[in-house]
Design a protein around this ligand. Sequence first.
Ligand SMILES: [Zn+2]
Length: 231
Amino acid sequence: MEINEIFGDVLRIDGFLEKVDEKITGAGYNPQKDALIGLSICRDDNYRALRKAILTRYGAGYFSLETLGALLPSDITAYGAMSHHIPSEGIAVIMILPHIGIDKDGRVRFVERFGRKEPGYNCGAICNYLNSAINGNVFYDKRSDPEMALLSEAMEPFRNGIMEEYRNGDFGKAVIKATDHIYEISIERIRQLFKEHLKNEFEVPILLAGGIVVNTKDNDFIQLRILEEMK
Ligand SMILES: [Zn+2]
């Protein structure tokens, strides 16, 4: 199947959450009762199956860390709020899961969307950034478009490398590379935030689960990259 050729071993959403639950249980907690998920995903409605699965699986549900493009926010106030929402003597799992799409013709960057006639960009924010880079103008106004401005700023050191993939003639590979960078920047950011600001904020253990969500017309898959205890 095409998806494995591009993304290697991938899990279905349930398979991914089972692995997370094993980790929660291994740490001595009850996933259903003790866990709050900090969900760092894109705002996209295409995460509906993941959101639904989390809401039905974990009593506390999730604390939203969503942004356009799924770049992990660095607002320490948000994490402070989240730290006060974890069940007492419970555990938190921060999930960092940017996304990418493949349509039924195997085109990476598109996906058939619910109720839409034609496949659309997925992740739309990352493709929007890429088109801006192709057009040579990655400026987004901080007041009217703050999330894209932050995304563009964070991606700047990697812009040339991403554009190289594009110049090699493959928009899909450029999207994969850009998505990888969003993921890596986010992982580095959460580690940095914990080191500098949040170590004492969270009084409970924190797990980090990271990977790339691959949206297709009928199912979503997760390329799991990290599942570890962060604190
Ligand atoms: Zn998106």
